[in-house]
Design a protein around this ligand. Structure first.
Ligand code: 5AD
Length: 349
């Protein structure tokens, strides 16, 4: 592995790196390899974003879901979860409180439902009219082109829809047969066409994933070129078919963040909640690996514990709206500055 520097340098200069070669780096995720990749990733991020880390207020608007993803605690079949759907008033109030705290970027996330076009369009118009200088991101699963268009026309700026894995075969291991990899990619195409800044992403260490799949992620993202990429370790959830599976490696997740940063220098890459929930210093470690976004949870506290996509999900402390001061301090301690601006992709400004 003496030439790991050259391999990472190649990736950073846009030279296509063979998947098998990359897999050899990703598998062991050795410390010297991670550190070298992270050092370059930080340099690259700094060129485009300085020492800034964008904060976005995350509102988990509903934990109801029609899907059956084997890894996720919100899957329709799970009746061990207390279901909730926030009223429009509660969502607006949560965002307004966030706005008061200084947030100018909000993410509304929820399970995938198909009777919500009107409601979300209305909510979007309302938020965009009262908080016109704030960016709005939606993350509500796969929807029809008409629905995505309605939401875009209502003012939504961005959409997060992780592809979960770049491999169709692996996708089939993570989802019931009635869910399709093709339809997910189709959605990502439509979102792009409609002018959304779009977010893709994947889990690290999901059941059945090999290092070759992870190498494929780099190639896939280099071709898709999404504006945002969410990367977090898989964390088992006790009421899912994957309850007994091993959790994903934090170190490998950090290396993947660095490699994705080198592949997509201007991307918005969050230090995810799954990372923060897996490691005491996960958020800071993510930023030091090349991430430049953190999404503190501003969901009303009464339901915050019910968005149980995996066990041990952090939603209070520095992962929360109340914890912004703490988060700001944690970032400052390692030389980074929390920014509460819209935080657009540089090509969209
Ligand atoms: N562990 C880690 N991440 C998960 N997600 C869903 N379930 C889990 C889990 N058990 C991620 C998926 C989804 C996002 C909202 O959360 O990637 O797209």
């Amino acid at each position: 592995m003496a030439n790991y520097r050259r391999i990472i340098d190649n990736l950073a200069s846009g030279v296509r790196v063979d998947g098998a070669v990359l897999a050899e780096l990703i598998g062991p995720a050795e410390e010297r390899v991670r550190e070298y990749a992270a050092g370059l990733a930080r340099e690259v991020a700094e060129q485009h974003f300085g020492k800034g880390v964008f904060l976005r207020g995350l509102v988990e608007i509903s934990n109801r879901c029609s899907r059956g993803c084997y890894y996720c605690g919100l899957r329709a079949e799970n009746d061990a979860v207390r279901r909730y759907t926030l009223e429009e008033e509660e969502i607006v109030a949560a965002c307004e409180e966030g706005y008061e705290l200084g947030f100018r970027s909000f993410v509304l996330q929820g399970g995938e439902l198909h009777n919500i076009e009107q409601g979300i369009a209305h909510l979007t118009r309302r938020l965009k009219s009262t908080m016109a200088d704030a960016a709005l991101t939606l993350s509500l699963g796969e929807q029809s082109e008409a629905t995505y268009r309605a939401w875009r026309e209502a003012g939504a700026d961005r959409y997060l829809l992780r592809h979960e894995t770049a491999s169709p075969d692996h996708y089939a291991m993570l989802h019931p047969s009635w869910m399709s990899y093709e339809s997910r990619l189709e959605c990502l195409e439509v979102l792009h066409r409609l002018g959304y800044q779009r977010g893709a992403g994947f889990m690290v260490g999901s059941p059945g994933q090999t290092v070759h799949h992870l190498a494929q992620e780099i190639d896939f993202l280099g071709r898709l070129r999404p504006e945002m990429v969410g990367i977090g370790p898989f964390v088992p959830q006790s009421a899912t078919p994957f309850a007994k599976q091993e959790r994903g490696s934090v170190e490998r997740t950090l290396l993947m963040i660095s490699l994705v940063r080198l592949t997509l220098p201007k991307a918005l890459i969050p230090a995810t909640t799954a990372l923060a929930s897996s490691d005491e210093a996960g958020t800071v470690r993510g930023v030091l690996a090349g991430a430049n976004v953190v999404m503190p949870n501003i969901t009303p506290a009464r339901v915050r514990g019910d968005y149980a996509i995996y066990d041990g999900k952090k939603s209070f402390g520095s992962e929360s709206g109340e914890g912004v001061a703490l988060l700001t301090e944690e970032l400052a301690r390692v030389g980074y500055e929390a920014r509460m601006t819209r935080g657009d992709h540089p090509d969209y400004e």
